[in-house]
Write a protein that binds this ligand. Structure first.
Ligand SMILES: [Zn+2]
Length: 155
């Protein structure tokens, strides 16, 4: 089930996406007279299914057609996978920050790190290890950096 929370700040519209992006992904059309920039916070997106991919694409294509700049924040792993797998899914949008999956070498806990794209670019997409909060061990990126950050390298 998909849920979105909207908050208007002047001419900036903040949308917070939560849950599974599926056939319930329905958003009101954006009014370009009121909204001059759209910021989408995606940390709460747990999954995107094939119906959701279509609905997502349609919505952001329309926003791109209205020439409203879009910035994505805190993209969850589900959203990153969507951007990597679906050609044109970014629709000209900017990605400000992403969530990155880590796995602890010692206790194998799954962790999620938060990174700004600008910092990742500066570091050549090499992410430093994180300290595991459970055992104090060292956690490393739990994916192939070329694949996980592929969509950022293209754009
Ligand atoms: Zn650990």
């Amino acid at each position: 089930m998909f849920k979105a929370e909207a908050e208007q700040q002047g001419t900036r519209l903040n949308l917070r996406f939560l849950g599974t992006v599926d056939e319930t992904f329905r958003l009101e059309a954006i009014d370009p007279r009121k909204v001059k920039e759209l910021h989408v916070h995606c940390k709460g997106v747990v999954r995107i299914n094939s119906m959701g991919v279509k609905a997502w694409f349609k919505f952001f294509q329309a926003v791109q057609g209205q020439k409203i700049p879009v910035t994505f924040h805190e993209c969850s792993t589900a959203v990153v996978e969507h951007f990597n797998q679906t050609q044109g899914s970014l629709a000209g949008a900017k990605v400000e920050s992403v969530m990155v999956p880590f796995s602890c070498d010692a206790c194998h806990s799954d962790l999620v790190g938060f990174f700004r794209v600008e910092a990742l670019r500066k570091a050549g997409f090499e992410v430093p290890p994180l300290d595991c909060p459970k055992c104090g061990g060292s956690a490393h990126l739990d994916d192939f950096p070329d694949e996980y950050f592929g969509f950022l390298k293209k754009g």
